[in-house]
Design a protein around this ligand. Structure first.
Ligand SMILES: Cc1ncc(COP(=O)(O)O)c(C=O)c1O
Length: 389
């Protein structure tokens, strides 16, 4: 019988702890010694050796990688020092000058910057499509297209990409597929099981879960992950052993946390949907979400993330955020406490007001990362904050 996800989260790393300690030691070392010349040769030349030099690998990395590979149902994983480090290494390792990428109009802002501003400098073109319309992906494919890059649900509008359709399209045209699975987590969505090639995470979010580690993860076949690892060796996105240890500690409760995040977010979405001060709620778990049927088919839960348009435009959104007592105004998401951001205020560095409007981000939009607070307390906090609007 296949183990459940929470059992995998707790037990997968044990064989990669070479000691008898129940909590693994932190291998706080940059390098490992060899017994003799032959041993050193073997350490230096074996791909992904976990005891040679920490930029190449480390037992604390291996414990995280084995656990996340098991959760995503992938063959292999690679941990990096940030989510964008994982995205950069995965994308750049697979592309070369003259290639073309199809990506979405809505992505995490730094991902958009990578495709829009950085890749063209290396003669790699990118077409941005509406991810809610699978036909747009097909229409954008060119003879030199190499990669279909997706993120679902999207940050911050909670739009979905139909991964089964993307996979079918990629197989037909011999393209690679990558999915940023940060918002969903492997508890709510496992793209490799649908046939996608590479899963990416900002592990800074739900996987770490405690707002204390910046990290990224890449999951896929052994061959692909090894190719990405070779690129990561020169791009240098290396997670420290201590941060890997913290990530493993966070992972052990991922299933429990995500279950509560899902429950709290659905409760809040339902509450806000009928609130007179709220214009619109973006949450795939609501029957009113235009892709609710796809969400039910593709996801196992609807995440702890939602967006709302507050009545009163920019000022209304600001007033609600400023009036929250439990919800904190802070970037990032996926941790134990409720965090709230105003994208129109936060992303002006990466996106001009016109670009924000073009991607559907209105001035009244507030992104909520629902935390692990007791549901009645969290609902009461939003109720009193909206009374002030
Ligand atoms: C969906 C998504 N992908 C990637 C990233 C980048 O992750 P990091 O900040 O860990 O580099 C973020 C950060 O917010 C994100 O929300």
């Amino acid at each position: 019988m296949e183990q459940g996800l929470q059992t995998k989260a707790v037990h997968t790393s044990h064989p990669f702890n070479p000691t008898t300690s129940v909590s693994p030691p932190i291998f706080q070392t940059t390098t490992f010694s060899a017994e003799n010349a032959e041993h050193f040769y073997e350490m230096a030349t074996e791909p992904r050796h976990t005891e040679f030099y920490t930029r190449y690998g480390n037992p604390n990395h291996q414990q995280v990688e084995a656990t996340v590979a098991a959760l995503e149902n992938g063959e292999s994983a690679l941990v990096t020092s940030s989510g964008i480090g994982a995205i950069f290494a995965a994308v750049m390792s697979q592309l070369q000058s003259g290639d073309h990428v199809v990506a979405q109009r809505n992505h995490y802002a730094a991902t958009t910057v990578l495709f829009r501003d950085v890749l063209p400098r290396f003669n790699i073109d990118c077409t941005f499509v509406d991810n809610t319309n699978s036909d747009d992906f097909v229409a954008a494919i060119r003879p030199n297209t190499k990669l279909l890059y997706t993120e679902t649900p999207t940050n911050p509008l909670m739009q979905l990409t139909d991964l089964s359709v993307i996979v079918a399209m990629a197989k037909q045209h011999h393209l690679l597929t990558m999915v940023d699975n940060t918002f969903a987590t492997p508890i709510n969505q496992r793209p490799l099981e649908l046939g996608c090639d590479v899963v990416l995470h900002s592990a800074t979010k739900y996987i770490g879960g405690h707002h204390d580690v910046t990290a990224g993860l890449i999951v896929g076949s052994k061959t692909l992950v090894e190719q990405i690892w070779r690129f990561a060796l020169v791009s240098g996105s290396v997670l420290s052993p201590f941060d890997s240890w913290l990530l493993l500690r966070g992972l052990r409760t991922l299933g429990l946390r995500v279950e509560r995040h899902n429950q709290n977010a659905l409760a809040l979405a339902r509450f806000l949907e009928t609130h007179p001060k709220i214009e619109r709620v973006y949450y795939p778990g609501l029957e009113s979400h235009p892709q609710h049927e796809l969400a039910k088919a593709q996801m196992h839960g609807f995440t702890g993330m939602l967006g709302v348009d507050v009545k009163g435009g920019y000022a209304g959104a600001e007033k609600m955020i400023a009036s929250l007592k439990l919800g904190i105004r802070a970037a990032s998401l996926g941790g134990f406490e409720t965090l709230v951001v105003h994208p129109a205020a936060m992303w002006s560095l990466q996106l001009t007001p016109e670009q924000q409007r073009a991607t559907g981000i209105s001035e009244s939009l507030v992104r909520i990362s629902v935390g692990l607070e007791d549901t009645p307390d969290m609902l009461a906090d939003f109720a009193q904050a909206l009374d002030q609007v």
